[in-house]
Design a protein. Structure first.
Lengths: 455, 234
């Protein structure tokens, strides 16, 4: 009998036996029911493993271990595909006696595929345009169907899709209502204006999805967003049945990606909202913006990020920000899931420049910016904190420190958690904030208090 | 020896070129058909073709992408590929052989330009081989094939360079035989090895973009196949 295996993260009911056979069965089933075969075929035919990507991978730069080079990660799965699912691989094994998939390969994948944050920076540096992210995600997908997936992600997804609360943080509707009531009171106290967080309002212009954890740990972001929407008189609503923008399927499962998106679509239809508004969250934005059309029978629904909307409202003169409120030196971290597709880069910067006087860019920024080190769902896996601090986030911490900023803004729930932990771990003399946290401080409410007054 | 050289320069050359062209064409068409099939089954059929085309183009034309990282390696690799395409296709002697075999030709590179390009290709090939051999990261990633491809190309270019030279260090006929045998060999293996990226390159970025456009029911189909029901218990 095998001795109990150690996994680098907690998993529920780990499969101890017959893993090779199970892996190949699942791989085969995925090839049969999806379109991955053609890209595996193509990549295994052309990949030259020049390792140009290594120069820009922050994981490899921190470990200097060739196993962390993106094209090596990709080659593990490509090798298995070629050996077990192509005629050439079968013939080669027949004549040269190749060994095929081993337990060791599975151990390497389950560690390697969750060490990578899937930030996609390597893709930008690959001369052939190999998208390592899709292979990484496929590797995670196969493993997850074997039950090898970080427990935190699994439990959150189970609650979101099959639990009573329909959200990944298990927040009951009553608790959500209490939280937003508290936020309303806070806004009234600070800004002197009654601002509503509408829940379950029918026929609104926007239905608002953000990671539900924002309601628990990012009140300032949500107060900023509510003030912007109130001040511009935007019709919006939070879904009472489903308000959670988290979609871990983006990182490891087609099945979950589809189910979460379908649940958002049904909430939008239930409330007859016209557009989707995404809060400050990189992966929620990408999961909905890029994948919603796939699961909506081709029907287009407009998906807008809160940054796009806020910028539009500033440019239309519907909201005013006080330039004299934020006096600290500010820098900005680009969430990978927003900027890698070369979008969402100018909007936050235009907003920042509209009310912040001392803004400095990080050394790497925009489409090519470094990952926070907690991307791809890894930040939700608490037990990987030492790895995220010492390896994945090492270069980011150095870059943040070099900026000399007092505040680093990042409009993403995952990045906020990782960067907050990096600041604490490295004892950096600064704090992190969401973009709308600072907007909340600077927004001039027409009927509210003036900044700095107590009445 | 002369008969062998004749054989490799005409009948076998026609065979090699046919294998190469038909093989590469098959790959190119097969990939386009696959991309079309995937687009048909994708839930989201909206693609930014112009953006993808421009991204593909930006890696062919020297610019920001060429030198955005690993600058020396990138420039050497770029130069190597230029020589690798221009010399075999536009060398006067190659065009004459082609004309003898297929009956038509095209304008050739000047002799001096071809010589300079050949030397640059050889030097850059040696540097790339050095990168594979002496850089820890690249050595770990390289397979036997990666070395063999580079060595084969270097043998072809070095033997080719000395062919018309009066100071050739090799026996002219042996040199010629090595050059044309290796030349034919590389034409034949092109469609069956990773060197096929020469024809598939223009489609790679499009294929990658398309791969993210999943069939809407792929997850449910998988659940049905593996667990017997569309919505499995998580």
């Amino acid at each position: 009998m095998d001795k109990k295996r150690k996994y680098p993260y907690f998993i529920e009911n780990p499969l101890e036996h017959d893993r090779v056979r199970r892996f190949l069965d699942i791989f085969s089933a995925i090839l049969e029911t999806s379109n991955y075969r053609y890209i595996l075929d193509l990549y295994s035919r052309v990949t030259m493993k020049c390792s140009r990507c290594a120069s820009e991978c922050q994981i490899y730069q921190a470990t200097n271990d060739p196993k962390d080079i993106p094209c090596h990660r990709t080659s593990i799965l490509l090798k298995i595909y070629k050996r077990h699912f192509t005629l050439g691989g079968w013939l080669k094994a027949k004549f040269t006696g190749g060994s095929g998939l081993t337990e060791k390969d599975i151990d390497e994948m389950l560690e390697s595929y969750w060490n990578c944050t899937g930030c996609g920076r390597c893709v930008l540096y690959c001369p052939l345009g190999i998208d390592h992210r899709i292979i990484l995600r496929l590797g995670r997908y196969i493993l997850s169907e074997m039950g090898i997936v970080p427990k935190n992600l699994l439990v959150s997804t189970r609650e979101q899709l099959q639990g009573e609360t329909h959200n990944s943080s298990k927040v009951p509707l009553k608790a959500l209502q209490n939280t937003v009531e508290f936020l309303e009171e806070e806004i009234e106290e600070i800004k002197g204006v009654k601002v509503k967080y509408p829940i379950d309002v029918y026929d609104a212009e926007y239905i608002f999805f953000t990671p539900v954890s924002d309601y628990l740990v990012e009140p300032d972001t949500l107060m900023g967003i509510a003030c912007v929407l109130h001040e511009a008189n935007i019709s919006w609503t939070i879904g009472g049945t489903n308000c959670d923008g988290v979609n871990y399927g983006l990182f490891y499962s087609d099945s979950i990606l589809g189910d979460v998106n379908r649940s958002l679509i049904s909430e939008l239809r239930r409330l007859r909202a016209k557009k989707i508004l995404i809060g400050e969250c990189g992966h929620a934005y990408r999961a909905i913006k890029d994948f919603l059309p796939t699961y909506n029978d081709g029907e287009k629904i407009e998906v807008v990020s809160i940054m796009e909307l806020t910028l539009q409202l500033i440019e239309e003169g519907k909201i005013q920000l006080d330039k004299n409120v934020i006096k600290e030196k500010i820098t900005y971290h680009d969430p990978c899931n927003i900027v890698r597709q070369n979008r969402g880069i100018e909007e936050p910067r235009k907003i920042i420049r509209s009310f912040i006087n001392d803004f400095v860019e990080l050394k790497s920024h925009g489409q090519y910016g470094l990952c926070c080190g907690g991307g791809g769902g890894t930040v939700a896996v608490d037990e990987t904190n030492p790895y995220r601090m010492n390896v994945a986030g090492k270069m980011k911490a150095e870059e943040i420190k070099a900026s000399g900023a007092d505040i680093i803004i990042t409009p993403c729930a995952n990045c906020k958690k990782q960067i907050g932990e990096l600041i604490q771990f490295n004892k950096l003399p600064m704090r992190h904030a969401g973009l709308h946290d600072l907007i909340f401080e600077a927004i001039i409410m027409k009927d509210g208090k003036k900044h700095g007054t107590d009445d | 020896m002369a008969q062998m050289i004749d054989f490799f320069m005409k009948p076998f050359f026609i065979f090699s070129v046919s294998v190469m062209i038909l093989g590469l064409l098959r790959l190119f068409i097969k990939t386009i058909i696959e991309i079309r099939r995937v687009i048909k089954t994708a839930g989201d059929k909206d693609f930014k073709y112009t953006k993808i085309f421009m991204a593909t183009l930006s890696w062919i034309i020297p610019g920001k992408n060429t030198v955005n990282t690993a600058v020396v390696y990138s420039i050497v690799s770029f130069v190597f590929h230029i020589g690798l395409i221009l010399v075999p296709v536009f060398l006067m002697e190659h065009i004459i052989i082609w004309k003898g075999a297929f009956g038509f030709g095209w304008p050739a590179l000047g002799k001096q330009a071809a010589d300079v390009l050949t030397v640059i290709t050889i030097l850059s090939g040696i540097i790339l081989l050095g990168y594979r051999l002496f850089s820890k990261q690249r050595r770990k990633l390289s397979s036997v094939h990666d070395y063999l491809f580079l060595i084969l190309i270097l043998v072809i270019f070095i033997s080719g360079y000395f062919l018309p030279k009066t100071y050739s260090p090799f026996n002219v006929q042996v040199n010629m035989l090595i050059h044309i045998v290796c030349g034919n060999l590389i034409l034949i293996i092109l469609p069956f090895t990773r060197l096929a990226h020469c024809i598939l390159y223009p489609l790679l970025r499009l294929a990658s973009a398309v791969a993210w456009h999943f069939p809407p029911n792929a997850g449910k189909e998988l659940n049905k196949l593996l667990y017997g029901e569309e919505n499995k218990k998580i």
